[in-house]
Design a binder for this molecule. Structure first.
Ligand SMILES: [Zn+2]
Length: 176
């Protein structure tokens, strides 16, 4: 049932054949993703479809689904992040080409004729979905808001709202 999928494939050839590849990857086999996980036991399921759009541009459609266990940065307990994404990718050779892609296509850095590393592609996609400071929803967190005010906010630069500052000045200086 499961095809044996090579680590690297020729997307240009697969596009000519309108090929679809379907499989699973163990999360602990992904060297950049695994260290970010509280538990890397699971798998990611993927479907890759190769084709060309109306402009004859190579388009790789990637669907990936996985359950990622991250460490909540507030209570340090596990939290589940369900990933279920679909991305349409078109190969580009650089930034300029990437900027010219239509909005429904994401850039995939790949030179003409270059092979595609499937695991790296899926790993990139999964890593994009991970927040830089993952946390439970407040009502689901084991540590309630208000208990921990310091030490956790450094990676979230506080946005100073100039209107709020003005409003504060105004009310502060209004008691004459
Ligand atoms: Zn939490």
């Amino acid at each position: 049932m499961l095809q044996r999928i090579p680590d690297r494939v020729d997307p240009w050839r697969l596009a000519e054949q309108g090929e679809t590849l379907e499989g699973h990857l163990k999360l602990d086999s992904l060297p950049r993703l695994a260290p970010l996980l509280a538990n890397a036991d699971g798998e990611a399921a993927f479907v890759l479809t190769f084709g060309r759009d109306e402009r004859r541009r190579l388009v790789v459609t990637l669907k990936v689904a996985a359950e990622l266990y991250l460490e909540c940065q507030r209570c340090l307990d596990d939290m589940l992040l369900k990933v279920d994404s679909k991305t349409r990718l078109a190969p580009v050779s650089g930034l300029l080409e990437a900027e010219q892609l239509p909005a429904d296509l994401d850039p995939l850095l790949l030179a003409e004729g270059e092979y595609l590393d499937i695991a790296a592609l899926i790993e990139d996609e999964l890593m994009l979905g991970i927040p830089s400071s993952p946390r439970h929803e407040e009502q689901n967190c084991n540590r309630q808001a208000g208990v921990e005010e310091h030490g956790l906010t450094e990676d979230e630069p506080k946005e100073e709202n100039p209107f709020a500052i003005l409003a504060g000045l105004k009310t502060g200086g209004n008691d004459n």
